[in-house]
Design a protein around this ligand. Structure first.
Ligand code: PMP
Length: 413
């Protein structure tokens, strides 16, 4: 039995958990008893899935499954080493060439996850003599990467180029290198970053620019190549990071950019050098997904048709204008979206939890997202190409009922 003395050093963990509970920030995963898809079994109940990043619905695609199985049969289950030792397979290089071709860059490098790609790339590019300018709503992996790098960090207002100009003008000259960081599609909001403006500011102030395309890859741009393609800026100097785990339905991350950037990262990105290479199954299914994604615009068009159905449904509820107030609450609003992610902001964490819970009773799984993940509480709806119109209408009907207390009571009875 451990003694009281030896346990004392760990007592703060219980206290910290209590604080998290009291703030209504406590999180734990759901027990999901079925595979991916537009419907799920959650804690024994069937539910429409509005919480997936599988935007194109590829995670259940037979060709992708076959590619993963064939790779396991040919190459085994694990890569068995880091890329610089024994882990490299020609499959990794094929995947990197395909990513670079798709993104319109000279080269690309795959990592074990998108999170690791961001951490490692940022920490390799800048250090204590440098400065990072970061959108205030950036994903955790960009924020943690910035911290890990040891560079000075200055946040600018979300999606607000004038604020970035003011800050970069004030601070840039005191530092050696500068790096601007932004999500391409913001993961907990759904809007696109103002890439042309960010690029112009980067160029005017001799700063590098890194865009996290995790939620843009496969979704925005004519071939789904992401934010730069969506703005017609694929040929401009830019560092594009992304994930293989969302629309590409696999696991892993990537960085796409110039040959010298990729060569440098192979020598300096600790989270690439000192970790095991991507497994054959993950690399093969990502490559199959990427090829499908590029060659199958109808699947992306189906996603965008679903986005349009949801938008029209919101408009029919009177929620489409910037000053409309869903559920007649002054502190509830629909956030602007350019993607498959649509958020309804609510006044408190409890209000977000209540709405999410109510939607579960109506057969729709729509998670509540609360601080500290986001600055304000919200429910986050994410759409897939494989949702049917009837499924989206079911969600819209449930949202409409929630706004009318009498109807809600009738529904419960
Ligand atoms: N960036 C963003 C914007 C994300 O949303 C995520 C995943 N939630 C990541 C990076 C990390 O990607 P991965 O899941 O591949 O680690």
């Amino acid at each position: 039995m451990p003694s009281g003395d030896s346990l004392r050093a760990y007592a703060w963990i219980e206290d910290a958990l209590q604080v998290i509970h009291r703030a209504n920030w406590y999180r734990s995963p759901y027990a999901i008893d079925s595979g991916a898809g537009s419907t799920l079994m959650i804690e024994g109940q069937p539910c429409l899935n509005f919480a997936s990043n599988d935007y194109l619905g590829l995670s259940t695609d037979d060709a992708l499954k076959q590619a993963a199985i064939a790779a396991i049969q040919d190459l085994g289950t694990g890569a068995t080493g880091s890329r610089l030792l024994s882990g490299q397979r020609s499959l990794h290089q094929q995947l990197e060439e395909a990513i670079a071709q798709w993104k319109g860059t000279e080269a690309a490098l795959v990592f074990s996850s998108g999170y690791l790609a961001n951490l490692s790339t940022i920490a390799a590019l800048v250090g204590p003599r440098d400065i990072i300018f970061a959108d205030a709503y950036n994903h955790s992996s960009l924020k943690k990467g910035a911290k890990l790098s040891g560079a000075a960090v200055v946040e600018f207002k979300h999606g607000h180029p004038p604020d970035l100009v003011q800050k970069i003008t004030q601070y840039r000259q005191d530092y050696r290198r500068a790096l601007i960081l932004s999500d391409g599609v913001f993961s907990m909001d759904g809007d696109l970053c103002p890439l042309p403006e960010l690029m112009a500011i980067a160029s005017a102030h001799s700063a590098m620019l890194l865009i996290d395309d995790a939620h843009a890859t496969g979704v925005v741009g004519p071939s789904g190549a992401g934010t730069a393609e969506a703005f017609g800026l694929s040929d401009q100097p830019l560092i594009q990071v992304g994930t293989l785990s969302k629309a590409l339905a696999s696991l892993g991350g990537y960085v796409a950019g110039s040959l010298s950037l990729i060569d440098f990262l192979r020598n300096r990105a600790a989270g690439w050098i000192y970790t095991t290479a991507l497994s054959p199954a993950d690399a093969a299914s990502a490559l199959a997904a990427l090829n499908r994604c590029r060659r199958d615009p109808p699947q992306r068009q189906k996603l965008w048709r679903n986005i349009e159905i949801l938008r029209q449904g919101f408009a029919a509820l009177g929620w489409q204008t910037p000053d409309s107030q869903p559920f007649a609450s002054q502190r509830t609003r629909l956030l602007p979206s350019d993607s498959a992610i649509h958020c309804l902001e609510l006044p408190t964490p409890q209000a977000a939890l209540d709405l999410s819970q109510w939607l579960r009773t109506q057969g729709c799984f729509v998670p509540a997202i609360r601080p500290p993940t986001v600055p304000t509480s919200r429910i986050r709806i994410s759409l897939m190409a494989t949702h049917s119109e009837a499924q989206i209408q079911q969600l819209l009907s449930a949202l409409a009922i929630y706004g009318t207390p009498e109807a809600k009571t009738e529904e419960i009875i």
